[in-house]
Design a protein around this ligand. Structure first.
Ligand code: UD1
Ligand code: CA
Length: 452
């Protein structure tokens, strides 16, 4: 049978103390509700109904690219009332899988199992046993049979001892769901229309109710505050760490690894502690990433070595290149094979040719450097006149002496040499030496001033 999905996401998330709706807070760099939508999209739902209320504009802006039925719940009168808002989109002869927007680690396999046990039942529930079930809806059973869910606030002391709880995720036919929702009342401790009351209705009609469980409780753990957000983030990151380790990556500490995007890896890669990876990143075999590096939308080729505290964004690092420590590769930086960039070197829209080096304290912007060139310590390309940007070209085998300023547009030929401390404002042809600095003057027997 086909099924549609309802995602409950109308709550404000008061305890987050945030102007961002709770379900937009990120896990692994992606809004938590987007993770749920992505999961649902892998299991073949016919449509997704998103129940929204608080933060409508922000939700629509962030989630607008998804194919969703937007169902406004203007007032949050309870989970049953929330699902009711999707009723116009629900057809009788389809199953309806209800999910919560604040439990982002739910796995496709867990949902698939829930859907499959529904095939031999009228209603299937996802439940879990918790050491501390405080606050959760308790699963009431008679013998093996689930007969009701009782909310914590409505439960007797005896019922509160039950450790099996409602995760909020369940599936039933559209026809039954709509009929039961119409019979809900708010006659309970919270004065809300509880979705969970449909369980007792199903049981009283003699319907078959079955329960399945997630492989781990973390999958169904909801996020209500920032501590829970952080816990779920760590659980998510540990899972990602395990995945990439299984692909042949050594992580010095899988608990100090943060991937907020997609990482494609080769083998025998080592990643030291506190590395943050965002966007789409590729790391080739035998590459090493030192501690505290940030890699954003970049490609690190085979055998490259990124030393501690380097930041690489929208850049390409070629095979066996060396970067850092403390290097910054900004958008458009390209290093060809075996090129080297050392400490406190910044590159933007700059290509460093094969085997070329810029080892210390340098800024290269809008620059093309050929092969085998050496850019001395403290070299600065002056690429910006305050209004426009200009390009610098440095030829193969060029040698730029330390502390030189290359005023762009600059054109420095193959095997050209620039004397240390030069301010270069004119073109330098192949094989020429340019020295552009004040001549040294020596004064003999110089008397230093004395204190008056
Ligand atoms: C609910 C369940 C409880 C279960 C728990 C699991 C009910 C009555 N109780 O309790 O059995 O153990 O989840 O976490 O269903 N929401 C709306 N509109 C509303 C109310 C809630 O969209 O009017 C959304 C919230 O944004 C949230 C989800 O529904 O994503 C759950 O709501 P919440 O208030 O957290 O329910 P609980 O009281 O925790
Ligand atoms: Ca909750």
């Amino acid at each position: 049978m086909t099924f549609s999905v309802v995602v409950l996401a109308a709550g404000k998330g008061t305890r987050m103390k945030s102007s961002l709706p709770k379900v937009l807070h990120p896990i692994g760099g992606k809004p938590m509700v987007q993770r749920i939508i992505d999961t649902v999209n892998t299991i073949g739902a016919s449509s997704i109904n998103l129940i929204y209320g608080h933060g409508a504009d922000q939700l629509k802006q962030t989630l607008g690219h998804n194919e969703l039925n937007w169902c406004l719940q203007a007032e949050q009168l309870g989970t049953g009332h929330a699902v009711q808002q999707a009723a116009p989109h629900i057809s009788d002869d389809e199953d309806v899988l209800i999910l919560v927007g604040d439990a982002p680690l739910i796995k496709p396999s867990t949902l698939e199992e829930l859907i499959s046990i529904k095939q031999s039942a009228d209603l299937a529930l996802l439940t879990v046993h918790l050491d501390d079930p405080t606050g959760m809806g308790r699963i009431i059973r008679q013998g093996d049979q689930v007969t009701a869910i009782v909310e914590h606030k409505d439960a007797t002391d005896e019922q509160r001892k039950i450790s099996e709880i409602n995760t909020g995720m369940m599936i039933m036919s559209g026809q039954n769901l709509k009929r039961w929702l119409n019979n809900l009342n708010s006659d309970n401790a919270q004065g809300e229309f509880y979705l969970t009351d449909v369980i007792a209705m199903a049981a009283s009609e003699g319907k078959v109710i079955k329960a399945s469980h997630p492989s781990s409780a973390i999958e169904v753990e909801g996020i209500n505050n920032r501590m829970q957000l952080a816990n779920i983030e760590r659980a998510f990151q540990f899972e990602q760490a395990q995945k990439i380790m299984a692909q042949g990556v050594s992580l010095n500490d899988p608990h100090r690894f943060d991937l907020r995007g997609e990482l494609t890896v080769g083998q025998d890669i080592s990643i030291d502690v506190n590395v943050v990876i965002k966007g789409k990143v590729t790391i080739g075999s035998n590459a090493q990433i030192g501690p505290n590096c940030v890699l954003i939308d970049c490609d690190i080729a085979e055998g490259a070595s990124i030393e501690a505290n380097s930041i690489i964004e929208q850049a390409q690092v070629g095979e066996h290149c060396s970067v850092g420590p403390f290097a910054r590769l900004r958008p458009g930086a390209v290093m060809h094979a075996k090129a080297k960039v050392g400490n406190f070197v910044e590159m933007k829209k700059t290509t460093l040719g094969k085997g070329s080096k810029a080892n210390h304290f340098t800024y290269l912007g809008d620059t093309t450097v050929g092969e085998g060139a050496n850019i001395g310590a403290g070299t600065i390309t002056c690429n910006y006149d305050g209004v426009n940007k200009f390009k610098t070209i440095i030829g193969d085998g060029a040698f730029i002496g330390s502390n030189s300023s290359l005023v762009a547009p600059a054109n420095i030929g193959n095997n050209a040499t620039v004397g240390a401390g030069s301010i270069i404002t004119k073109e330098i042809a192949d094989n020429e030496l340019a020295i552009a600095r004040a001549k040294q003057r020596n004064i003999a027997n110089w008397e230093r001033p004395t204190k008056k």
